[in-house]
Design a binder for this molecule. Structure first.
Ligand code: KG4
Ligand code: ZN
Length: 342
């Protein structure tokens, strides 16, 4: 019997403030994972500055790709395809990765596969959980997106819930700024919350009328701001750790209840978490507990694969490759690309 050929994909990710490249084998094994983060640079401005992000991507991308090839011990000749994030994200940032991928595809005569960034986040779960296969429900919680997705098959998604206002990560970042923790807020809130009382302040758990799986985080964000103003007017000092822990609990409770309800209602056999906020320790802990009670197998990637990286893009690109998806050299960056669109 002929042995199945291994498929090696070079993947590129540049949709926001991380310039990343990786080589992924058969959609499941990371041969390398190189991430050049711009966080320090953007911290000076309290958030991502798109123009700076694009310029930095241009500066770094060739080195990051070379490093990914070197670490994987391969050259372009050993590859089967190039995968690249082409949306959603910052248009200037996306364009750097897309142009680079097209140039390599043309020069090395390799098929080009454009990948949806969220499909990448979901696929990060395939790397460390070799047994995970669709169907499953996935809670995608990142800086730009909060989606409850039914993953029917590889590349077949049904979005059943989304945020009506801020994304979960965005709410973490805004609250962190309000309580003086700075950027990037998520990991900082996660850290200081460990010293705080999650029941110190009761913040609202928002439900969206008639849309049981939708989210809304602007209310909890405003409640935090009102609480801080109230304290200031009374001349009371604010307790950063208590506010952070109470806010985190309010957000995570909603994420947990919506996700487990979706698993039940849609009769899904498993639940996966994805995106930067999926690395939040309280969310992991609360979700673990709820899933244990309800006997739902739970999957989430290591923190380094939760936040933006190219391994997840390589995993997603593999399943597209297997389905025969190929993009032409007219592939463009699509800043508001929808999941499931081509
Ligand atoms: O997935 P990601 O790297 O980028 C997007 O696609 O948006 O997510 C970044 C977001 C940021 O808002 C960041 O504050 C949040 O994920 N984040 C966290 C944690 N680590 C990153 N939020 C809560 N707890 C964390 N430990
Ligand atoms: Zn992301």
């Amino acid at each position: 019997m002929e042995e199945k050929k291994d498929i090696r994909i070079l993947a590129i990710e540049s949709s926001c403030d991380e310039t990343a490249a990786a080589v992924v084998k058969n959609g499941r094994e990371a041969l390398s994972n190189v991430i050049s983060s711009q966080i320090d640079l953007h911290t000076l401005y309290g958030g991502v500055v798109p123009e700076i992000a694009s310029r930095k991507h241009i500066e770094k991308i060739n080195y990051v790709i070379q490093e990914a090839l070197d670490q994987a011990n391969v050259t372009l000749k050993d590859l089967d395809a190039i995968g690249v994030t082409y949306g959603p994200g910052l248009v200037g940032a996306l364009l750097v990765g897309v142009a680079e991928a097209k140039a390599i595809s043309y020069a090395a005569k390799l098929p080009l596969i454009g990948v949806h960034h969220i499909e990448g986040h979901i696929s990060a779960n395939y790397i460390e959980h070799k047994e995970l296969e669709p169907p499953f429900a996935c809670l995608v919680v990142s800086g730009g997106h909060t989606h409850l997705v039914i993953v029917r098959d590889y590349g077949a998604y049904e979005i059943i819930g989304r945020t009506r206002d801020d994304a979960a990560g965005e709410a973490f970042d805004k609250v962190a700024r309000a309580i003086g923790l700075g950027y990037p807020g998520g990991p900082k809130i996660d850290r200081v919350s460990r010293e705080g009382n999650p029941d110190a302040v009761h913040f609202p758990r928002a439900k969206v009328e008639g849309a049981p799986y939708d989210f809304s985080f602007s209310g909890v964000k405003s409640a935090v701001l009102n609480h801080i103003n109230g304290c200031r007017m009374k001349g009371e000092e604010i307790c950063q750790a208590d506010i952070a822990a109470s806010f985190q609990k309010a957000v995570c409770e909603v994420l947990v209840s919506h996700a487990t309800e979706a698993v039940r209602d849609y009769h899904m056999p498993k639940l996966a978490l994805a995106g930067g906020v999926a690395s939040n320790s309280a969310l992991r802990c609360m979700m673990e507990e709820a899933c244990r009670k309800e006997k739902i197998p739970l999957y989430y990637p290591s923190p380094i694969l939760c936040t933006d990286n190219a391994v997840m893009i390589g995993a997603a690109a593999y399943y597209e490759y297997q389905k025969g998806v190929r993009h032409g050299l007219d592939l463009n960056a699509v800043p508001n690309l929808r999941l499931g669109e081509r």
